[in-house]
Each structure stands twice: as C-alpha cells, then as structure tokens.
Write a protein that binds this ligand. Structure first.
Ligand code: BES
Ligand code: MN
Ligand code: MN
Length: 456
C-alpha cells in the first residue's frame, strides 16, 4: 500500500495533465451537436483504463451516448467493486458568466476550473488513476469493474435497460461512486442518502396566435400571467407544496434522526454569504440543512414565452412554458408524483387556456445503509486518509441510477464523493480542489483494501 501511495505521489502531475485533457472535451450530453465529443470523451476513458491494465475495455452502444466498460478480475474468490461515474457534463451556459472558457481548464488557487471539473470528470477520473496506481504496484485488493456513462445529466434513461441486459457482466458485491460532496476539507463525510427527482415541462396555450396586447389585452387570457399564477399556487404561505397527496408517502425522520443529522457542523452565515442572500427561504418547520436534504421540494427551473429580446414589444403571447422539478425523499415515487402533478396542474388551469404536461425524467430517492460492509470500508478508508472519522450526511441532489443498482443488480451503492458544495457544479466557474482530487486518489486504494478485509 505504501508503494501504491508512493506511485500516486510520483505521478500526480501527469494525472492532473490527463484530467485537463479530458476536461477539454466538451461532452455535453444534452446538446445533440456534441455527439462526437461524447464519443471522444468515452474513448479517452476507455484508453486510459486499458493502459492502466484493465481487460475488455470497450464502448457499449445503447440508446443514447455510449457506456465505457472495463474490468480486472484478479481472483474470483475476491469481492468485486463496480465503479460507476459519468463523463457527460451539464451545458456550460451562461457563457458570459465564466471567468475563463469552460472547456479550457485553468488552475487557480489550487483549484482546477472547467465544466465537469468536479461533476463528474474530476471525481470519476480519480478512480481511473487509483486503479492505475494499484495495478502498477500490484496492490489491487479486489476485482473491479468500471461502468462510466454519458447520460447522467439527462436522466440515465438508457442505463436501466443496460443493467437489465447485462446482469452477469455487471455482477459485483458493491457499487462505488464518487459524484457527491464532503462537508468540508477538514470534515470528511459519506453521502448517506440522495433525493429522487421528477422533472416535467408544461406548456400553456392561450389564443391561437400572438396578439396586440392593447387590442386584446384584458379580454383574453395571457398564458404567461396564468402560468405564473399556477406555479405560485403550487406552494402555500408556509412553502408547503399544495399538490393533493404530495406528502402522502414521505418518510418523516424521527426526532433522534433529525438530532443526529444536525450534529454535523453547518455555518448559516457563511452559507448566506457564499450565495449573496440576506436570508434563507424554505419550508416552515425545517432548517436549511433539512430543507436541502430530507424534505421534498418543487422548483421552476426555467420559464419562457412572449418577447424576451432587447427593448419593449407589446404582445399578448399565444404560449408560455416552464420546466419544473420536484426533489423527492423516501418513499416518494417519481411516477406517482409526476401523475399527481399532472392531474393537479390540469385541474387548476382556468378555461381560456389549454395546458399540456410532459414528464421528462425521474429517479428514485436512495438511502445508504451505514451498517453495510461497503459503508464501513469507506469509513475506514476516509479515516485513514483524512485522519478523521467521516460523518454520514444526506445529499439534496439525485443520481437516478443508484436506486436501480439495488433493484436490478441487488447492489448497495457507496457514495464516497470528494467535492464541496461550493464547487459550483452546474454553474459558471465550476471547479474542483486539487486537494480533493488527490485526496480521492489516495483514499480509493484504502477502500479496496478495507473492503477485501471485511469480506475475508
Ligand atoms: N453529481 C450530481 C448529483 C449530486 C450532486 C448529488 C451533489 C449530491 C451532491 C449529478 O451529476 C446530478 O447533477 N444529478 C442530477 C440528476 C438529474 C439530471 C436527473 C441532479 O441532481 O439534478
Ligand atoms: Mn454528477
Ligand atoms: Mn450533475
């Protein structure tokens, strides 16, 4: 193990150069014009895995961007770790808010800045390099399989069927993922839960054409006005969601559980300062950490219609649109919630406009059992590398495929992420700390070592 850590130390500059190369590839899964870049990024990872000593490294064609698969089976008697990550990234927009171009990585203040630096290229690549270090120093303690996808940021729709079709190839003892955060660089944590998601787009149609807002305004429903009222009515004065039966399946945490999760340090003043807000906002009866992890939410992600160009144009638009997401907690089901939303949104739509609701994608919430061997291995590994026992912490984000690992492959997922909530993922100036990148590479071999030990 010492040799492995020595190898990492000796090669750290090259690891970073390679990550930069990967970050230069604009693999935006949502953008149809980036199909070539997607293949390029996938192939870069495939090649790196092969060079590191993996067998059968290949791109698997699915309905969507390809999946990178590779494996190293050193001894069938040893446990197998299935590493999951994603090489696709979110669109970099709005471009003018970036201090440097999103696909030209730069290092500033010991952080690497680029789209995907943290989510998830930087975190996923830690696994590729830790694998290389273990292979080159003959210290790989478990069998390993890599499954790196290119559709996470658009809902991982093609991955479900891929799991169904490849159960044998993907057979393993645990799934290991680095695509979440720690509380702080000196407060390590392991993500103990993810929220689910239901994402929909709504379209309102008023008159059959755009109209003069003087000639017709006041006499004909304006779909933008109506849409704003409808969205506003989805939450009440306590910021509770008003959709009937929305909370029906929500698992309330016990007083002890809430107390335990609130033991983790949280600095509200620093939080407000980071976001440039005077006060926080959210559901009555819950604090900020709870609102962003154990409670369901409803957010409008985008809204448009009418005239949005320079200057003023007097128009009563024919159409208005919005994209709406709901974050879900155990035991809410995204299909059921999407159905409840659709019914309610149709019910509250006044005559004079037509509404159409289109679900985009969904994902189930997930809870990591902290008594699982995988969790214990991650805890021991992080304790070794950070010199501190990591705390369990629930995340507000979603990784839709994680619940399917359990349903389809019967595998628990260990969310051993190394990002920070301040890394600006999905935002302009996304970055990843070099400390975090290297700490991840250092920790991963310990995970394999500990996981093998617990299985012996
Ligand atoms: N890595 C994130 C999820 C995440 C971030 C979890 C931080 C915990 C902490 C992932 O790439 C992501 O952005 N997921 C999407 C899923 C959606 C597109 C279905 C999300 O949460 O919005
Ligand atoms: Mn991610
Ligand atoms: Mn993401």
């Amino acid at each position: 193990m010492q040799q492995c850590q020595g190898y990492i130390e000796e090669n750290k500059d090259r690891f970073l150069e390679e990550l930069k190369e990967l970050l230069r590839i604009p693999s935006v899964s949502a953008d149809p014009s980036k199909k070539q870049a997607m293949i390029q990024a996938a192939d870069f990872i495939r090649q790196q895995l092969e060079k590191a000593g993996a067998d059968g490294a290949k791109l698997c064609e699915i309905d969507g961007h390809p999946i990178v698969y590779a494996e190293k089976i050193i001894d069938p008697a040893l446990p197998t770790v299935l590493v999951y990550g994603h090489y696709d990234v979110q669109p970099p927009d709005p471009l003018d808010l970036w201090d440097s171009p999103p696909f030209e990585p730069v290092i500033k203040d010991n952080k690497i800045y680029a789209r995907g630096a943290c989510d998830d290229k930087g975190q996923m690549y830690m696994h590729v390099k830790a694998f290389e270090a273990m292979m080159k120093t003959e210290s790989l303690a478990c069998n390993v399989k890599f499954m790196i996808e290119g559709e996470e940021e658009v809902g991982s729709e093609g991955l479900g069927p891929f799991l169904e079709d490849n159960k044998e190839m993907l057979a393993a003892d645990v799934v290991l993922v680095s695509d979440t955060s720690i509380i702080a660089n000196d407060i390590p944590s392991i993500t103990s839960g993810l929220r689910g998601i239901a994402y929909l787009q709504v379209e309102l149609t008023g008159p059959n054409k755009d109209l003069h807002s003087g000639t017709f305004g006041g006499a004909v429903a304006n779909p933008i006005n109506v849409l704003c009222k409808m969205i506003a009515s989805l939450t009440d004065e306590n910021n509770h969601i008003t959709i009937p039966q929305f909370y029906e399946d929500v698992l309330e945490l016990s007083a002890e559980e809430r107390k335990a999760m609130n033991q983790a340090p949280f600095d509200l003043e620093a939080y407000k300062e980071m976001l440039g807000i005077e006060d926080v906002y959210g559901e009555a009866g819950y604090n900020t950490v709870e609102r962003a992890s154990i409670r369901p939410t409803l957010d409008c992600n985008g809204i448009w219609g009418g005239y949005t160009g320079e200057g003023a144009k007097t128009v009563l638009p024919s159409k208005a649109y919005a994209k709406i997401s709901m974050r879900l907690v155990p035991n809410q089901d995204p299909h059921k919630i999407a159905g409840l939303f659709q019914k309610y949104f149709e019910d509250i739509c006044p005559k004079g406009v037509k509404v159409s609701v289109n679900p985009f994608h969904g994902g189930q919430p997930y809870v990591t059992p902290t008594d699982d061997k995988g969790y214990q291995a991650a805890k021991a590994a992080m304790e070794k590398s950070f010199g501190k026992v990591p705390l369990p912490a629930k995340a507000g984000g979603s990784i839709p495929i994680v619940a399917l690992f359990e349903q389809t492959l019967g595998l628990k997922t260990i969310l051993m992420g190394f990002g920070l909530n301040t890394d600006q993922i999905h935002s302009p100036n996304e970055h990843y700390g070099l400390f975090n990148f290297y700490k991840g590479i250092e920790t991963i071999p310990y995970f394999y070592e500990e996981f093998a030990k617990l299985h012996a």
